[in-house]
Ligand binder design. Structure first.
Ligand SMILES: NC(=O)C1=CN([C@@H]2O[C@H](COP(=O)(O)OP(=O)(O)OC[C@H]3O[C@@H](n4cnc5c(N)ncnc54)[C@H](OP(=O)(O)O)[C@@H]3O)[C@@H](O)[C@H]2O)C=CC1
Ligand SMILES: Nc1nc(=O)c2c([nH]1)NC[C@@H]1CN(c3ccc(C(=O)N[C@@H](CCC(=O)O)C(=O)O)cc3)C=[N+]21
Length: 289
């Protein structure tokens, strides 16, 4: 048997249609949705992401400003940039790319993103609200993984789901989103003992560790549905995931692959949220002070 491929494109297309509807609604209001991307890294997978954001923004008619401060940017430089974007009324969404330079305090920076512009759910307040079941933007990638699972009608309620990774960008918000869908969630990380015992006992495994080849067929059972979130760049400059595809494909029931899986959905969701935030800014400005 060979795993069914849960590709991202059909999911992304649905989200792009929703974005187009929002943009249509904004026509004539003078408001053009604008996304600001702040980065301070020369990480290749981040560069990959920024390129796809710029490309999809152009296609969606969303304005996009890339604020590239360079890999040696310091706390103050990043703070200044974020404070300016927070005050800029033409900017509806802000995304602070990871990784950040060593020594920079990510939580302090993320807290400078106003919650209504925090379309990537980076502000600790957004994650707190998510955990409390209050309206909030969940990190885009975490949401994208759930969008893929839901699109393909993978059962989550009551199911054992293992998430590999516990970052603010993927693992933690994803665990919250899955709990909200009544999954039984196990979160694994680099200190987890016997990773395979958890993955083998799960019907769904989401891997977001940033380690090429981490998850192999020997870690799975024949009913496993696997979502690969990892993005690594190999020696040949190709984007590869955390899944060892050659061994996983013959074993698993389904696999959302890299490339062609969660990544495209992530970018489309970012556009949708920017257009939503722009619509919400109109509503907010129409309200009496
Ligand atoms: N496709 C997409 O849209 C996106 C892809 N990504 C990709 O997803 C991956 C993860 O991103 P991010 O969460 O930001 O990365 P981080 O480096 O912040 O976190 C990685 C997590 O994986 C855990 N981990 C690392 N090695 C192992 C291991 N051998 N076994 C078990 N757990 C391990 C770490 O554990 P510990 O906490 O103990 O260190 C950590 O919790 C990256 O490849 C990134 O590029 C990210 C965002 C979007
Ligand atoms: N705060 C923050 N949030 C992130 O979400 C985040 C980040 N930092 N840092 C870097 C990683 C990496 N990442 C990718 C997202 C989409 C693709 C993507 O579009 N991938 C396509 C590639 C398509 C092609 O081949 O061009 C695919 O998988 O099919 C890649 C990588 C988000 N990240």
């Amino acid at each position: 048997m060979s795993a069914r491929l849960l590709t991202g494109l059909p999911v992304a297309k649905k989200l792009r249609a929703d974005t187009a509807r929002n943009i249509k609604e904004l026509a004539g209001t003078g408001v053009v949705p604008k996304l600001a991307v702040v980065l301070a890294t020369d990480n290749e997978s981040t560069a990959w992401y920024v390129r796809s954001i710029v490309r999809q923004a152009a296609e969606a008619a969303v304005h996009c400003d890339v604020v590239d401060l360079g890999a040696d940017a310091g706390q103050w430089q990043l703070q200044e940039a974020l404070e300016a974007l927070a005050l800029d009324h033409t900017v509806h969404g802000i995304i602070l790319q990871t990784p950040l330079p060593a020594g920079v305090d990510a939580a302090v920076l993320a807290a400078l993103i106003p919650v209504h512009k925090d379309i990537d759910g980076a502000n600790p307040e957004s994650l707190g609200r998510l955990a409390a079941g209050l309206p909030a933007y969940a990190a885009t990638t975490a949401q994208a993984a759930v969008e893929v699972l839901e699109h393909y009608q993978v059962p989550l309620a009551g199911e054992h789901v293992t998430v590999i990774g516990r970052s603010m960008v993927v693992g933690k918000p994803l665990a919250q989103l899955l709990l909200a869908r009544d999954a039984t969630v196990t979160t694994c990380h680099s200190r987890t003992r016997d990773l395979a015992s958890h993955t083998k006992a799960s019907s769904v495994v989401v891997v977001a560790a940033g380690r090429a080849g981490l998850l192999t067929g020997a870690d799975l059972n024949e009913d496993s549905v696997v979502v690969d979130v990892g993005t690594n760049v190999d020696e040949a400059g190709r984007l590869i995931g955390d899944v060892h595809a050659d061994s996983v494909l013959p074993v698993a029931k389904a696999l959302s692959p890299v490339p062609g899986g969660v990544g495209t959905v992530t970018t489309s969701l970012l556009m949708l949220r920017t257009s939503q935030a722009a619509l919400e800014s109109l509503v907010a400005s129409a309200q009496p002070a």
